[in-house]
Design a protein around this ligand. Structure first.
Ligand code: MD3
Ligand code: FE
Length: 219
Protein backbone atom coordinates (compact mmCIF):
# COMPACT_ATOMS: atom_id res chain seq x y z
CA UNK A 1 0.00 0.00 0.00
CA UNK A 2 1.32 3.46 -0.80
CA UNK A 3 0.63 6.09 1.81
CA UNK A 4 1.17 9.82 1.40
CA UNK A 5 2.73 10.79 4.68
CA UNK A 6 3.81 14.19 3.40
CA UNK A 7 0.46 15.48 2.27
CA UNK A 8 1.36 15.90 -1.40
CA UNK A 9 -1.28 15.54 -4.05
CA UNK A 10 -0.47 12.95 -6.69
CA UNK A 11 -0.41 15.68 -9.35
CA UNK A 12 1.67 18.11 -7.30
CA UNK A 13 5.01 18.08 -9.07
CA UNK A 14 6.36 21.11 -7.20
CA UNK A 15 7.38 18.97 -4.23
CA UNK A 16 9.56 15.92 -4.17
CA UNK A 17 8.79 14.07 -0.92
CA UNK A 18 10.12 10.53 -0.67
CA UNK A 19 7.77 7.62 -1.18
CA UNK A 20 6.47 5.92 1.95
CA UNK A 21 5.12 2.36 2.10
CA UNK A 22 2.96 1.35 5.05
CA UNK A 23 3.82 -2.26 5.92
CA UNK A 24 1.21 -2.53 8.64
CA UNK A 25 -0.28 -0.41 11.43
CA UNK A 26 2.53 1.82 12.76
CA UNK A 27 5.19 0.41 10.38
CA UNK A 28 6.58 2.46 7.49
CA UNK A 29 9.33 2.21 4.89
CA UNK A 30 10.62 5.73 4.17
CA UNK A 31 12.13 5.13 0.72
CA UNK A 32 15.46 6.90 0.27
CA UNK A 33 15.03 8.97 3.44
CA UNK A 34 18.75 8.66 4.32
CA UNK A 35 20.11 8.76 0.75
CA UNK A 36 21.74 12.18 1.07
CA UNK A 37 23.34 11.14 4.38
CA UNK A 38 24.81 7.78 3.31
CA UNK A 39 28.44 8.94 2.93
CA UNK A 40 28.50 10.60 6.36
CA UNK A 41 26.77 7.65 8.00
CA UNK A 42 29.29 5.23 6.46
CA UNK A 43 32.25 7.33 7.68
CA UNK A 44 30.75 7.31 11.17
CA UNK A 45 30.08 3.54 11.04
CA UNK A 46 33.75 3.00 10.14
CA UNK A 47 34.80 5.13 13.14
CA UNK A 48 32.61 3.08 15.52
CA UNK A 49 33.98 -0.18 14.08
CA UNK A 50 37.55 1.09 14.64
CA UNK A 51 36.70 1.36 18.38
CA UNK A 52 34.43 -1.67 18.73
CA UNK A 53 35.19 -4.21 15.98
CA UNK A 54 32.51 -6.25 14.24
CA UNK A 55 32.16 -9.76 15.65
CA UNK A 56 29.99 -12.84 15.19
CA UNK A 57 28.00 -13.47 18.38
CA UNK A 58 27.11 -16.98 19.44
CA UNK A 59 23.42 -17.70 19.84
CA UNK A 60 22.30 -19.12 23.21
CA UNK A 61 22.27 -22.47 21.37
CA UNK A 62 25.98 -22.06 20.57
CA UNK A 63 25.70 -21.28 16.84
CA UNK A 64 27.86 -18.55 15.29
CA UNK A 65 25.67 -15.83 13.74
CA UNK A 66 26.39 -15.17 10.04
CA UNK A 67 25.73 -11.43 10.51
CA UNK A 68 28.67 -9.55 12.10
CA UNK A 69 27.63 -7.02 14.75
CA UNK A 70 28.78 -4.18 16.95
CA UNK A 71 27.08 -1.37 18.88
CA UNK A 72 27.23 2.27 19.86
CA UNK A 73 25.24 4.23 22.43
CA UNK A 74 24.71 3.83 26.18
CA UNK A 75 23.94 0.13 25.83
CA UNK A 76 24.61 -2.51 23.21
CA UNK A 77 22.97 -5.78 22.18
CA UNK A 78 24.94 -8.87 23.17
CA UNK A 79 24.40 -12.58 22.54
CA UNK A 80 26.26 -15.54 23.99
CA UNK A 81 25.51 -18.88 25.62
CA UNK A 82 24.00 -16.95 28.56
CA UNK A 83 21.32 -15.47 26.29
CA UNK A 84 20.38 -12.20 24.56
CA UNK A 85 20.65 -8.96 26.53
CA UNK A 86 21.75 -5.31 26.52
CA UNK A 87 24.98 -4.33 28.30
CA UNK A 88 26.87 -1.08 28.93
CA UNK A 89 30.30 -2.52 28.01
CA UNK A 90 31.83 -4.29 25.00
CA UNK A 91 32.70 -7.80 26.24
CA UNK A 92 35.72 -7.86 23.87
CA UNK A 93 37.44 -4.64 24.99
CA UNK A 94 35.76 -4.37 28.42
CA UNK A 95 35.25 -0.67 27.51
CA UNK A 96 31.92 1.18 27.31
CA UNK A 97 30.39 1.04 23.81
CA UNK A 98 31.39 4.08 21.65
CA UNK A 99 29.05 7.08 21.82
CA UNK A 100 26.39 7.40 19.14
CA UNK A 101 27.72 9.71 16.38
CA UNK A 102 25.76 12.96 15.93
CA UNK A 103 24.74 11.85 12.41
CA UNK A 104 23.06 8.75 13.90
CA UNK A 105 21.19 10.73 16.57
CA UNK A 106 19.90 13.21 13.97
CA UNK A 107 18.77 10.51 11.56
CA UNK A 108 16.90 8.53 14.24
CA UNK A 109 15.15 11.70 15.39
CA UNK A 110 14.24 12.94 11.89
CA UNK A 111 12.99 9.54 10.67
CA UNK A 112 10.89 8.75 13.75
CA UNK A 113 9.29 12.19 13.51
CA UNK A 114 8.59 11.76 9.78
CA UNK A 115 6.78 8.51 10.61
CA UNK A 116 4.67 10.25 13.28
CA UNK A 117 6.47 9.13 16.46
CA UNK A 118 7.22 11.90 19.00
CA UNK A 119 10.22 12.10 21.35
CA UNK A 120 12.06 8.97 20.25
CA UNK A 121 15.38 8.97 22.10
CA UNK A 122 17.27 5.75 21.40
CA UNK A 123 19.94 4.64 23.88
CA UNK A 124 21.19 1.76 21.70
CA UNK A 125 22.30 1.42 18.08
CA UNK A 126 23.03 -2.08 16.76
CA UNK A 127 25.26 -2.16 13.66
CA UNK A 128 24.77 -5.27 11.48
CA UNK A 129 27.11 -6.16 8.59
CA UNK A 130 25.95 -8.68 5.96
CA UNK A 131 28.26 -10.42 3.52
CA UNK A 132 26.56 -12.29 0.64
CA UNK A 133 26.18 -15.48 2.68
CA UNK A 134 24.65 -13.79 5.75
CA UNK A 135 21.01 -14.28 6.82
CA UNK A 136 18.93 -13.21 9.78
CA UNK A 137 16.26 -15.79 10.53
CA UNK A 138 12.71 -14.78 11.46
CA UNK A 139 12.65 -13.26 14.97
CA UNK A 140 10.99 -10.66 17.19
CA UNK A 141 12.90 -7.75 18.78
CA UNK A 142 11.78 -8.18 22.39
CA UNK A 143 14.89 -7.69 24.51
CA UNK A 144 14.13 -3.97 24.96
CA UNK A 145 12.49 -2.83 28.19
CA UNK A 146 10.57 -0.04 26.42
CA UNK A 147 8.31 -1.86 23.98
CA UNK A 148 6.21 1.32 23.67
CA UNK A 149 9.01 3.01 21.72
CA UNK A 150 9.47 2.39 17.99
CA UNK A 151 12.60 1.02 16.31
CA UNK A 152 14.24 2.87 13.42
CA UNK A 153 16.45 1.02 10.90
CA UNK A 154 18.65 2.33 8.09
CA UNK A 155 20.00 0.27 5.18
CA UNK A 156 23.39 0.97 3.54
CA UNK A 157 25.41 -0.82 0.88
CA UNK A 158 24.03 -3.84 -0.97
CA UNK A 159 20.25 -4.26 -1.33
CA UNK A 160 18.52 -7.04 0.63
CA UNK A 161 15.22 -8.89 0.74
CA UNK A 162 13.65 -8.54 4.14
CA UNK A 163 10.83 -10.68 5.47
CA UNK A 164 7.85 -9.00 7.10
CA UNK A 165 5.69 -11.48 8.99
CA UNK A 166 2.96 -11.25 11.60
CA UNK A 167 2.61 -11.44 15.37
CA UNK A 168 2.85 -15.27 15.32
CA UNK A 169 5.96 -17.04 14.04
CA UNK A 170 3.89 -19.15 11.64
CA UNK A 171 2.11 -16.18 10.02
CA UNK A 172 2.73 -15.74 6.31
CA UNK A 173 5.60 -13.43 5.36
CA UNK A 174 5.90 -10.75 2.73
CA UNK A 175 9.20 -10.07 0.96
CA UNK A 176 10.24 -6.41 0.76
CA UNK A 177 13.38 -5.19 -1.00
CA UNK A 178 15.42 -2.72 1.05
CA UNK A 179 17.85 -0.47 -0.81
CA UNK A 180 20.62 1.79 0.49
CA UNK A 181 19.09 4.90 2.03
CA UNK A 182 15.79 3.22 2.89
CA UNK A 183 14.64 3.75 6.48
CA UNK A 184 12.12 1.50 8.24
CA UNK A 185 10.27 2.78 11.32
CA UNK A 186 8.05 0.37 13.21
CA UNK A 187 6.19 0.73 16.49
CA UNK A 188 2.72 0.55 17.97
CA UNK A 189 0.83 -2.58 16.92
CA UNK A 190 3.76 -3.63 14.64
CA UNK A 191 6.49 -3.42 17.27
CA UNK A 192 6.54 -7.20 17.88
CA UNK A 193 6.09 -8.36 14.28
CA UNK A 194 8.32 -11.27 13.22
CA UNK A 195 10.91 -10.22 10.64
CA UNK A 196 14.26 -11.24 9.15
CA UNK A 197 16.66 -10.87 6.22
CA UNK A 198 16.25 -13.60 3.58
CA UNK A 199 19.12 -12.64 1.28
CA UNK A 200 21.57 -9.96 0.26
CA UNK A 201 21.93 -9.14 -3.40
CA UNK A 202 25.41 -9.41 -4.97
CA UNK A 203 27.06 -6.86 -7.23
CA UNK A 204 30.05 -6.52 -9.56
CA UNK A 205 32.08 -5.62 -6.48
CA UNK A 206 32.88 -8.92 -4.74
CA UNK A 207 33.96 -7.05 -1.60
CA UNK A 208 30.69 -5.18 -1.20
CA UNK A 209 28.60 -5.67 1.95
CA UNK A 210 25.32 -4.46 3.41
CA UNK A 211 25.12 -2.49 6.66
CA UNK A 212 22.02 -1.97 8.74
CA UNK A 213 21.66 0.33 11.74
CA UNK A 214 18.83 -0.26 14.21
CA UNK A 215 18.06 2.40 16.81
CA UNK A 216 16.29 1.19 19.93
CA UNK A 217 15.18 2.49 23.29
CA UNK A 218 16.42 -0.50 25.26
CA UNK A 219 16.38 0.76 28.88
C1 MD3 B 1 11.07 -5.34 12.65
N1 MD3 B 1 17.74 -6.23 11.52
O1 MD3 B 1 18.81 -6.13 14.00
S1 MD3 B 1 15.85 -4.10 10.29
C2 MD3 B 1 17.67 -6.65 13.88
O2 MD3 B 1 18.23 -5.43 8.20
C3 MD3 B 1 17.07 -6.77 12.54
O3 MD3 B 1 19.61 -5.93 9.77
C4 MD3 B 1 17.35 -6.40 10.15
O4 MD3 B 1 16.03 -7.31 12.42
C5 MD3 B 1 18.47 -5.86 9.30
O5 MD3 B 1 17.02 -7.04 14.85
C6 MD3 B 1 16.03 -5.79 9.83
C7 MD3 B 1 14.43 -3.70 9.31
C8 MD3 B 1 13.10 -4.12 9.79
C9 MD3 B 1 12.12 -3.93 8.92
C10 MD3 B 1 10.82 -4.21 9.26
C11 MD3 B 1 10.48 -4.68 10.50
C12 MD3 B 1 12.78 -4.61 11.02
C13 MD3 B 1 11.45 -4.89 11.40
C14 MD3 B 1 9.15 -4.93 10.85
C15 MD3 B 1 8.79 -5.37 12.09
C16 MD3 B 1 9.75 -5.58 12.99
FE1 FE C 1 15.10 -7.51 14.36
Amino acid sequence: MTFDLFGNDADDDTTNAPQTDELGPGAFVLRGFARARLATLQTDIDAVIAQAPLRHWLTPGGKRMSVAMTNCGDVGWISDKMGYRYGTHDPLSKQPWPAMPASFVALASDASEAAGYRDFSPDACLINRYTLDARLTLHQDRDERELGAPIVSVSLGLPAVFLWGGLQRGDRTRRVRLEPGDVVVWGGPSRLVYHGIASVEGSFDAQAVRYNLTFRQAR
